[in-house]
Design a protein around this ligand. Structure first.
Ligand SMILES: [Zn+2]
Length: 171
């Protein structure tokens, strides 16, 4: 009985945490992004473990506040958010659902992440050569700015339909 209740509560806390959206990509939840690693509850304390998308990402504080706020709203008084940096987040962790939501919002999802050779979490990679246009699907697109409104996205332009669009970079 106790176990069943604990399990139900745990998954409810997980559901609440998983529904919190990313400050920079508000169409994605932290679960879609693969940022949410674990949610546990012990002695009335909910512990949330997250892995930031980029080290030093300014959105992290907002993410943390949003998680605490959402869980408190759901009735969890004691919320502890922990950040785990290893293994480093990779754009490969964005779920299929997340990629679909990005494309629906007109943002090109990341391609396969580059292989990492060392423990450095943020690798500067050359711009992706092939990012299909999320609006018309044409592969004929060009990067116009390495950074858009947020560091995790580059700005591209489609040479077929002439539309500018954002692209979540591969890391
Ligand atoms: Zn296009």
């Amino acid at each position: 009985m106790v176990t069943a209740t604990a399990t139900t509560e745990m998954s409810r806390a997980y559901q609440v945490a998983a529904s919190v959206t990313d400050p920079e990509l508000p169409m994605l939840t932290l679960a879609d992004l693969g940022v949410l690693r674990e949610v546990t509850e012990e002695d009335g304390v909910v512990r949330v473990t997250i892995t930031p998308t980029y080290s030093g990402c300014p959105a992290m504080d907002t993410m943390r506040d949003d998680l605490v706020h959402a869980l408190r709203e759901a009735g969890y008084r004691d919320v502890d958010v922990r950040t785990v940096l290893h293994p480093a987040w990779s754009s490969d962790w964005i779920t299929e659902e997340g990629r679909r939501k990005l494309a629906e919002a007109g943002i090109a999802p990341p391609g396969p992440a580059p292989r990492r050779s060392g423990p450095i979490p943020l690798t500067l990679t050359p711009p992706s050569s092939r990012v299909p246009c999320p609006k018309c699907g044409s592969p004929d697109t060009v990067e116009t700015a390495r950074f858009s409104a947020t560091a995790c996205k580059a700005l591209r332009r489609c040479r077929s339909c002439d539309e500018p669009f954002e692209h979540v970079k591969e890391i």
